[in-house]
Design a protein around this ligand. Structure first.
Ligand code: GDP
Ligand code: ADP
Ligand code: 5GP
Length: 208
């Protein structure tokens, strides 16, 4: 178990197009105390994506060298590209009592659960297959063959949803956002955290 002073590590996964990044960005506006971990990836940037804000975009050779150096807390191949989470960034933030959120795939989530058993994991489901396809195409950020591949891979991602602590269905956006925020609030109300947060209150209430 981590000490109560350590931050909470949240892991969010979803099939591509379910609305994960949009939901996470809206959650971070409501909960600015949560830090988003910026992943490294070999995927080329989409129009509008910036180095260091959306991802650290790197060449495959550099990524493989970083894997060998052990800089990743987890890494995985997703839709033909490599993605990884920096170990020092995450551990540094958690040590400063920051809550940290990872947007990663199910393979990465498995590695995080093994390395950090106290993590809290959430899977986002789309309300239907046609709606997933509509969102992926409507986003307009990927080439048609990339969209096909992501749709094809969505089954495998979804088949792992039961491994997560929570499942949120992203039908009405505001409802899904409220659900996600409710999970964050419930985690922060867990008794070890609350006990550590209110020592004066506990002392006063227990005083003879
Ligand atoms: P989108 O999130 O589906 O719009 O597309 P991305 O290209 O941003 O991400 C592709 C996949 O890689 C998704 O399943 C992400 O959750 C996953 N992913 C992103 N960053 C990481 C990471 O650092 N580690 C792992 N394991 N997966 C990641
Ligand atoms: P992901 O990060 O899971 O790949 P995105 O956050 O990029 O997905 O969302 C995919 C598309 O679906 C975006 O265009 C986004 O605006 C849209 N979207 C997200 N949630 C909803 C929702 N509840 N209803 C309708 N459209 C949505
Ligand atoms: P995209 O290329 O659309 O940004 O992301 C595609 C998928 O890669 C998403 O499902 C996303 O969660 C996953 N992904 C992004 N970053 C990471 C990461 O650091 N590690 C892992 N394992 N998956 C990631």
């Amino acid at each position: 178990m981590s000490t109560p002073a350590a931050g909470t590590l949240f892991v969010v996964a979803a099939p591509s197009g379910a609305g994960k990044s949009t939901l996470v960005n809206a959650l971070l506006e409501r909960e600015p105390a949560i830090s988003l971990s910026i992943s490294h990836t070999t995927r080329p940037p989409r129009p509008g994506e910036e180095y260091g804000r959306h991802y650290y975009f790197v060449e495959r050779a550099e990524f493989e060298r970083e894997v060998a150096e052990g800089i990743f807390l987890e890494h995985a191949e997703v839709h033909g590209n490599l993605y990884g989470t920096s170990r020092t960034t995450v551990d540094g933030l958690l040590a400063q009592s920051r809550d940290v959120l990872l947007e990663i795939d199910w393979q990465g989530a498995r590695q995080i659960r093994a390395a950090k058993p106290d993590c809290v994991s959430v899977f986002i489901l789309p309300p239907s297959r046609p709606e997933l396809e509509r969102r992926l195409r409507g986003r307009g950020s990927d080439a048609p063959e990339v969209i096909e591949r992501r749709l094809h891979n969505s089954r495998e991602e979804i088949a792992h949803a039961h491994e997560f602590d929570y499942i949120v269905v992203n039908d009405r956006f505001e409802d899904a956002l409220d659900d996600l925020q409710a999970i964050v609030h419930a985690v922060r109300l867990r008794s070890p955290l609350q006990w550590a947060r209110h020592p004066a209150l506990i002392d006063a209430l227990l005083a003879p």
